[in-house]
Design a protein around this ligand. Structure first.
Ligand SMILES: Nc1ncnc2c1ncn2[C@@H]1O[C@H](COP(=O)(O)OP(=O)(O)OP(=O)(O)O)[C@@H](O)[C@H]1O
Length: 274
C-alpha cells in the first residue's frame, strides 16, 4: 500500500492547538539505577531547545534510553538522580514536563486489545469518545504512514515495521510540545524510513524533539544539533551540524560530519574489536 501524499485533513503544525515552546536543559546530570553500584550517566550537560530536533547517538548500553526515560518521568522510583533539569516554556519555568510529552519507546507499546485506529486515537481522547475530526485525523495519519488498509487490524496482525509505523502515527497524533523518540525508524526499510523522516520533520516542526538513533546519516539528515554520549558513566559531547534546513540533503559537509561521528563512536570501542 503506497503512502498517501494528499489529504483532506490538515496535519500541518501551524494547526497545532498546543503551541508551547519548551526548552530543556540538563546540567551536571548524574543517574544511577538503585539496584546498581555504578552510575550510568555522570556530568551530563545537554541543551534541548524549543522548535529544534536534538539527535543523540552513542554505543549500545551507554545510557541513551535511560536519559530519555528520565526526561519522560518514567524512572523516578528506580533511580538516584542529581543535577539540574530545567524546563521553561514561553519564558516561564515549568516544574516538570507532566502532560507535555509524547513518548515513542523502542518497544511500540501498542495495546493488543485495541485496533490500530483505536491505538492511534487513544492517547488524544483520555477516555472520551473520539470526535469525528479526531478520527479523520488519525485515519489521515495512518494513510500517511502507509497503513490506510490496516486501521481496523489488531497490532498482532502487523509486521514489526508496520507496528512501528502505527506507533509513529500515535506519536504524531498526540500534539504535545515535547516529543521523545527512541529509535523510531529502526525497523523500517530504507525508502519507508526516508519518507517517514520527512513526514515527522514536517509535522513536528514546532516541537522540542529529542530523537535517539544508531544511524549517523539519520541524525545528520534531521538534527538541529547532535550529541554523542560517551564514556562510562556517559557524558555528552555536542557536535556542530550544517546550517542547512532539515531534512538535509547529504552533501560533502554531511560526509565530513559522518566521519567525525564515526571517529567519536569508534573511540568507545578502544582496541577490543581490532
Ligand atoms: N531498570 C534497570 N535497572 C538497572 N540497570 C538498568 C536498567 N535499565 C537499564 N539499565 C542499564 O543501564 C545501562 C544503560 O541502558 P540504556 O537502555 O539506557 O542504554 P542505551 O544506550 O539506550 O542502549 P541501546 O542503544 O542498546 O538501546 C545499561 O548498562 C543497562 O544494563
Amino acid at each position: 500500500m503506497p503512502m498517501s501524499s494528499s489529504s483532506q485533513v490538515m496535519l500541518v503544525p501551524e494547526n497545532s492547538k498546543n503551541s508551547l515552546a519548551v526548552n530543556m536543559t540538563i546540567t551536571n546530570g548524574y543517574l544511577r539505577y538503585n539496584d546498581s553500584i555504578d552510575p550510568v550517566l555522570s556530568n551530563l550537560n545537554m541543551v534541548m531547545p524549543a522548535r529544534q530536533w536534538t539527535c543523540i547517538l552513542g554505543r549500545s548500553g551507554c545510557g541513551k534510553t535511560s536519559m530519555l526515560r528520565y526526561l519522560a518521568g518514567l524512572l523516578d522510583q528506580q533511580v538516584t538522580w542529581s543535577g539540574a533539569l530545567s524546563i521553561s516554556a514561553n519564558n516561564r519555568e515549568l516544574p516538570d514536563l507532566s502532560n507535555q510529552i509524547a513518548y515513542m519507546a523502542q518497544q511500540d507499546l501498542l495495546l493488543p486489545w485495541l485496533s490500530v485506529l483505536d491505538n492511534v486515537t487513544l492517547s488524544s481522547k483520555f477516555g472520551a469518545k473520539t470526535s469525528k475530526a479526531g478520527k479523520d485525523k488519525a485515519l489521515t495519519l495512518l494513510a500517511k504512514v502507509g497503513l490506510a488498509d490496516n486501521a481496523h487490524h489488531f497490532p498482532q496482525q502487523l509486521s514489526g515495521g508496520m507496528r512501528q509505523r502505527a506507533a509513529l502515527a500515535r506519536t504524531l497524533m498526540q500534539d504535545k510540545p515535547v516529543v521523545l523518540m527512541d529509535e523510531p525508524f529502526s525497523a523500517l526499510d530504507a525508502v519507508t524510513r526516508y519518507r517517514l523522516q520527512d513526514l515527522a520533520c514536517e509535522l513536528l516542526k514546532n516541537k522540542t524533539v529529542v530523537l535517539i538513533t544508531h544511524e549517523p546519516q539519520e541524525a545528520i539528515r534531521l538534527a538541529d544539533q547532535i550529541y554523542i554520549m560517551q564514556g562510562n558513566p556517559a557524558a555528552a559531547e555536542r557536535l556542530q551540524v550544517p546550517s542547512t534546513a532539515t531534512p538535509r540533503p547529504f552533501d560533502a559537509e554531511c560526509a565530513q560530519l559522518q566521519q567525525q561521528i564515526m571517529t567519536c563512536l569508534a573511540q568507545e570501542y578502544g582496541t577490543e574489536h581490532e
